[in-house]
Design a protein around this ligand. Sequence first.
Ligand code: FES
Ligand SMILES: [Fe+2]
Length: 413
Amino acid sequence: MSVEPALQWPAEGNARVPYRVFSDPEIYHEELARIFLGPTWQFLTLAGELPTPGDYLTTFIGETPVIVTRGKDGAVHAMVNRCAHRGNLVCLKRRGHADNLTCVYHAWRYDLEGNLDSVAFRRGIAGKGGMPASFELKDHGLQKLAVDQFGDLVFGTLSPDAPPLGDYIGNQIGSRIHRVLHGKPKVLGTTSQILHNNWKLYFENVRDTYHATLLHSFFTTFRMSRLTSEGGVDIAEHGMHHASYTRNKIDRVGAAASDQLYAGIPSLRENFRLAEPGFLSMIEEFGDDTTTQILSLFPNFVLQQIQNSIALRLVLPKGPDKTELQWIYLGFEEDDPAMSALRLAQANLVGPAGYVSMEDGAVGNFSQRALPGADNQASVLEMGGFDHVSEENRTTEASIRGFWQAYRPLMGF
Ligand code: FES
Ligand SMILES: [Fe+2]
């Protein structure tokens, strides 16, 4: 590893995380290469976002700009958004529809699969100038990603070493994706927010089953979720992915004992009541009694079900201490008006100013601001022990340890 001075991971393994990984620019640049351009699958879009051949949108893998298209062959394609001529961005818009992809700089034209179709003034003018005879269009296409789908979720990778997508996700986490995405997804809306912290601080937060009912007063106060509720965490064998779940109708210790355990927790607002309690009603749609399921795929994708609020989250690194968090709020084509209305109302739980997720946008920055001077120190992740295995319990940091279990070999730490 080229990071200097070399990072020594503490002997406690995944139960310690050196703070330097959240601030060091060299480590950040290694992550872009080894993780985001490495053998991982990253979420690109929902297939339904590109219904017609010629539809395209732009996104990122890591910080690398990417174009995703619906080709004339009807398949989804993805390529790096960087002209093969002199490196200009080919697609400038977030989304659009086009017959071909033409670079604005010198008008090199690519087809919807990224193959170079034509070069302006390739033969020069009146026998002078132009490209040499040795220049072949086929050698100068856009750099292509491998693309695959898991249901309606489209993923891409630039690495030939990524395992097949189905193996990457695995059955245990895959079935938890299917559980939530049980219909034809319909996008209800999107938001985006800039987090002023390292991308991994947010991803740790997503996998942190311990914090939810301590940091988020809304959860605890209105009994949406407590650590005393039944629940647990599923962790993929290799640690990469996780799904935590809550069954809040079942309290393991009873309401009175739960109140006693939370009595000293500062986020509990004992006397608060909702003016509109129907806001938290739930329409049964999943065929089980799980009221919340938060799922993450390594390195930067989240699928959330909180009651009837379903959302995808994409965590895009924008520098060592800056992250873009994109939210895609979902319903299904099959939803009736009552369900659509409830999903939209419960979408207020999440997003940049969500009743529950607002604090997650803040706490990452609180951590980032405490990093200066901590280069030789490490955080402590011993809640629930040292393992990263599935358990029927959320008083644990096991799924965060799983993240580091996946991260360290990729980074050579
Ligand atoms: S940089 Fe794209 S055509 Fe020249
Ligand atoms: Fe949270």
